[in-house]
Structure formats: C-alpha cells, structure tokens
Design a protein around this ligand. Structure first.
Ligand SMILES: [Zn+2]
Length: 221
C-alpha cells in the first residue's frame, strides 16, 4: 500500500514554511502515476514556493513492485557507518517479522542514494538485473582508469539492441554517453549465473560498485 503524510517544511534558504506531501511507501500496483512522478523527480522533492529552493526530503521510501518481484528500501544516508547500521536494522526486522519468507524470488535492494533508487527502477523495468549492470558500469569506468574515481556511471535506457549509460565526470563537469550491446549484457549475466550468482535475493542486498568489484574478484553474492 502506498503511504504518505503531510509535513510542514521550513525552507533552509529563506525560512518560509510550506506544506509538502511526503511518501513513505510506494506500491506500484496501487498507482502507476506515483511511480512516474518518482521517476520524474516529483516525489519527496521539496520546492519552496517563495524562493524556488529545491531539495530532497530526508525520508526513507519503500518501493514495491509486485509484478516485477522487486522491493527497494531507500534510506537517504551519506555516511557509510550510519548506512551500515540502517542496513543491519532492515535485515533484522525483515527476518524477525517473517517478511523475508513472503518475498521468495524477489530482488531486495538496500539503497542510500536517491539517483541509485531511480536507476534500479529503470534497470528492472528494462528487464535487466542490476548485478550484471553494475559489472558493466565498472567496465565502462575502467576504460579511463585514472579518471574512474571522479566519474559516476548510471544506466540510462535500453534502446533497441543497446544499453545506454551516462557517465558524469564530476571534475570536468561533463556528461558522456556510453553504449553497450545487449549481447554483452547477456554474456556477462550468463557467466555470473554460471558462477553461482543468484537472480533473486535471500536477504536484503546492496548491489553497487563495491558489490561488482567483489564479484570480479571471485566472490559470489
Ligand atoms: Zn525558500
């Protein structure tokens, strides 16, 4: 069930107080529109009616797509230690409440970055698995290894026979696109499955660049 609440927010720039509807839970089956709003940056984004200041509300969102068997737990958090604490908390509560038992053959992802949340939705909507996509992103970034630290790669879309990625260079402030044939994805995904990577989750998982690095170093899941 999609759940929201009304909150009063004080603008950090001009101090104006305004009301905002904050979403805590989004169930795609309830509302396609809400999902579209999320993907277009209209959910939990504060916009001050006085001065146009914008910002993301620091509110966790649970995203559930029953048809795709996908559940994304978004906890906005930039501090890795706090993120790890939040991750342990959700794993513990899902286990104790019996929720994990009910989510068989689901993909369960724990996410702390808002753009990564939107990216995951696009990846699964395109019929892809993010484990293989994260490996491809590492490969794209490793093409210019000396700049890989300053670059962020995100999946954009599946366009015919190609997967399109956006590479944002945070130092040069440039955005590049990079295209990868779907066959390359298929080959990588097949070899990951053969090496023991599971196409669904047994517990909440964090699937990011660090995860892909561990996979390439020979650890499964
Ligand atoms: Zn303002």
């Amino acid at each position: 069930m999609s759940i929201n609440s009304k909150q009063q927010v004080k603008c950090p720039k001009c101090g104006n107080i305004s009301d905002i509807t904050v979403w805590h839970s989004i169930t795609v089956g309830d509302s396609r529109d809400l999902k579209e709003d999320l993907l277009h940056g209209r959910v939990n984004i504060f916009r001050c009616p006085e001065c146009d200041q914008t910002g993301l509300m620091p509110t966790p969102i649970l995203y559930h797509d029953e048809r795709e068997r996908l559940m994304l737990s978004f906890s906005p958090c930039a501090d890795p230690i706090e993120a790890s604490r939040q991750y342990d908390k959700i794993r513990k509560s899902s286990k104790e409440s019996g929720e994990l038992e009910r989510l068989k053959e689901y993909n369960l992802r724990f996410i702390t970055d808002f753009n990564a949340l939107l990216e995951k939705i696009l990846i699964f909507d395109a019929g892809l698995n993010d484990k293989a996509v994260e490996v491809i992103k590492l490969m794209i970034l490793s093409q210019e290894i000396d700049k890989s630290e300053q670059r962020i790669c995100r999946f954009g879309k599946k366009d015919g026979g190609a997967l399109e990625f956006m590479v944002h260079d945070t130092i040069e402030n440039q955005i590049y696109t990079s295209s990868v044939p779907v066959e390359s994805y298929d080959t990588i995904w097949k070899s990951l499955l053969e090496s023991g990577v599971k196409p669904y989750s047994f517990d909440w998982e964090t699937v990011d660049g660090a995860y892909a690095t561990r996979l390439l170093n020979g650890f499964n899941n």
